[in-house]
Design a protein around this ligand. Structure first.
Ligand code: Q0Z
Length: 287
């Protein structure tokens, strides 16, 4: 008999279902967003690449912090996970100055209460990675908050633990990735509590949808960096003069295949596993 599953949430490109009282099913689609708009054209296997990468990192960081992963399904895009009580903040770590961090730095010299040295350039590597939490916005963009506000939300003791865990996770993954030619400029993840009150890593981890991946061989401070995964899509959208409001444009076949190849390349470089082997047996990323 097929199991009954209740749909409990939608992200831009993922769906969340309830399996039972203790377990959720996270399903990654092949949808892609750019400039915050989901496009009408899918990238084949994107959901599998992101699910496999996330599971790969969960398996390799469980000694730093336990996580919600229980099992991967045979479709390669579905993760059975422990239901957590998510903390009411997004854990953001930045190793490079870009995006809203660069914007805030240019305006104030600080990012989320971290006073930075003067004269830093766009995309420059920071002396040390910084924890820059944000609040979860229901709609629109998450709002950067300073450490005082974050400590108010979850308590000072928990804040200190969350910051330490976040920086450790980022250091581990960014060093691992840099050795394989991919810079993880920044990343966002969600921590939650299990039934016993233990802090666990939930949601997704170090995927190109939750992080900025830059090709290391093209890195140069002082300018915006190309995106490892989405640059073909961005360039195509820019070439159309699209105004970046919905609906987004359909993508031509060459942009789709080139983008799929970049996702598969990121998977294979980081995991050292052939993507075909993952499709044949998703559990290959877990050992
Ligand atoms: C993740 C999200 C998605 C929409 C809730 N293990 C967990 N326990 C409790 N809650 C979550 C998780 Cl992963 C949880 N999200 C983000 C994912 C679709 C929203 F696929 N929301």
């Amino acid at each position: 008999m097929p199991e009954a599953v209740t749909h409990v949430g939608s992200g831009k490109v993922r769906e969340l279902y309830e399996l039972d009282d203790d377990r959720l099913l996270l399903v990654a689609s092949d949808r892609i967003s750019t400039f915050d708009v989901v496009l009408p054209t899918e990238i084949p296997d994107k959901g599998r690449v992101l699910t496999g990468l996330s599971a790969f990192w969960f398996a390799r960081t469980r000694e730093l912090v336990p996580n919600h992963l229980l099992a991967l399904r045979d479709d390669g895009r579905s993760t059975e996970c422990r239901r957590l009580e998510m903390l009411p903040l997004e854990c953001v770590v930045r190793g490079y100055l870009t995006g809203s961090g660069w914007k805030d730095y240019r305006a104030t010299g600080s990012v989320c209460g971290h006073v930075l040295p003067p004269g830093l350039e766009d995309s420059q590597k920071l002396p040390e990675p910084i924890f820059t939490p944000s609040t979860k916005a229901q709609e629109g963009h998450d709002e950067n908050i300073d450490r005082e506000r974050a400590a108010e939300l979850i308590g000072q003791e928990r804040f200190d633990e969350v910051e330490r865990i976040s920086i450790e996770l980022y250091r581990f993954a960014s060093e691992y990735a840099a050795a394989r030619g991919i810079l993880i400029a920044d990343t966002k993840f969600e921590l939650g509590l299990d039934a016993e009150g233990n802090i666990m890593l939930g949601d997704e981890a170090f995927t190109p949808d939750s992080s900025r991946f830059w090709p290391a061989d093209e890195y140069e401070a002082g300018r915006a960096q190309p995106s490892f995964d989405k640059q073909f899509v961005r360039d195509y959208c820019e070439s159309l003069g699209w105004n970046k409001t919905p609906p987004g444009p359909e993508l031509p076949e060459g942009v789709v295949s080139g983008t799929r190849a970049r996702y598969v390349e990121a998977f294979e470089r980081l995991t050292g596993i052939a993507f075909d082997a993952y499709v044949a047996d998703p559990d290959v990323v877990l050992s």
